[in-house]
Ligand binder design. Structure first.
Ligand code: ADP
Ligand code: MG
Length: 320
């Protein structure tokens, strides 16, 4: 018997209506996420990578109840979530966002920002909440002297620490991290990633870690899902993804990761052209117009998911 996933995103699709005109008529649907199935286990970190606009944030918001799928089920510890509101109320899955400059209310003191979720969920007396706020700040590398200050008094990295303290304040099982270090300097990125890793060990958290950067994902994640135009095209354990990437898109993403040693010439970028418009995705495999290995079938049919090994699945006709 396989262990039950903590969070199961079961065949999730999300389409946004595009509206136009005086009568606000829906003129088209933008399919941001298409038939995505992804399981996340207790204490596990799953990376979600892909280019900007491929649907990562949409899937992240659905995972924590901030958005509603058009189709599919969110299953938490084996139980179907009736409404996204139930998921939000359960406070078991929290989210941190890319931009610490806009995700924190500039008019609130750090004390109020960090304690707000605890107050909303009535997790203790005033005194208990205040004490916990102070210990949370210490847990993320700040201190109680920061409590009366405002977000603008902090650096980007410190603000992301405040956002992390707020996310873990309600004792979640899982945190959706939506590009949490993308806006930070490289040296600060490493500190925040280290903090997230430490918190995971201390609190047995699961993470869904969203990034467009495969080197960031490599540090934290045990499994990685690669997304292209709303679909998962490859899901693999870290070792398999970095040593034997299967999907041509995954290989292109890996080739684009900068090599730290200047003596090694950076490999040619496979994906040169711009990603296609999600409003009119190409027929067949969405990646075929940019694929260096495309075959005749790729523009006619959409490939299914092939299980290469227990640790690796890919959506590509090269493996069917
Ligand atoms: P990513 O996080 O990978 O950059 P997003 O999930 O933010 O991608 O967006 C996926 C697609 O859905 C994009 O084409 C984006 O323009 C579109 N989109 C996102 N949110 C909305 C919305 N509220 N209304 C309409 N389209 C949206
Ligand atoms: Mg995003």
């Amino acid at each position: 018997m396989t262990d039950q996933a903590y969070l199961c995103l079961d065949n999730i699709s999300k389409a946004y209506p595009l509206k136009e005109g005086t009568w606000i008529k829906t003129t088209a649907w933008l399919r941001a996420v298409n038939n995505v199935t992804l399981n996340i286990f207790r204490g596990e970190t799953v990376g979600l990578v892909g280019e900007s606009g491929c649907g990562k944030s949409t899937l992240g918001k659905i995972a924590c109840g901030l958005d509603k799928p058009t189709q599919g089920e969110v299953i938490l510890s084996g139980e179907k979530i009736g409404s996204t509101n139930d998921l939000l109320k359960s406070r078991k899955i929290q989210m941190i966002f890319q931009d610490p400059f806009s995700s924190l209310n500039p008019r609130q003191k750090v004390r109020n920002i960090v304690s707000e979720p605890m107050r909303i969920h009535k997790l203790g007396s005033k005194k208990e909440i205040l004490d916990r706020t102070s210990s949370l700040l210490e847990k993320v590398g700040l201190s109680s002297i920061h409590m009366p200050r405002y977000p603008h008094e902090f650096s980007g990295g410190q603000r992301q620490r405040i956002a992390i303290a707020r996310a873990i304040s309600v004792d979640p099982d899982m945190v959706v991290c939506d590009e949490p270090v993308s806006a930070l300097d490289v040296s600060v990125q490493a500190q925040i990633l280290k903090l997230l890793k430490k918190l995971q060990q201390d609190l047995n958290l699961s993470y869904l870690f969203i990034s467009h950067d495969l080197s960031v994902v490599k540090y934290l994640c045990s499994r990685i899902a690669v997304m292209y135009l709303g679909e998962l095209v490859e899901i693999a354990a870290k070792k398999e993804l970095y040593t034997t990437p299967c999907h041509p898109y995954t290989r292109a993403l890996l080739a684009a990761v900068p090599v730290p040693d200047p003596a090694i010439k950076s490999r040619a970028l496979l994906v040169k052209s711009e990603p296609p418009n999600p409003l009119s995705p190409p027929p067949g495999c969405h990646f075929h117009p940019r694929c260096p290995e495309k075959m005749a079938i790729c523009s006619r049919k959409s490939p299914g998911l092939t299980h290469i090994s227990p640790n690796q699945s890919v959506r590509c006709f090269l493996y069917e």
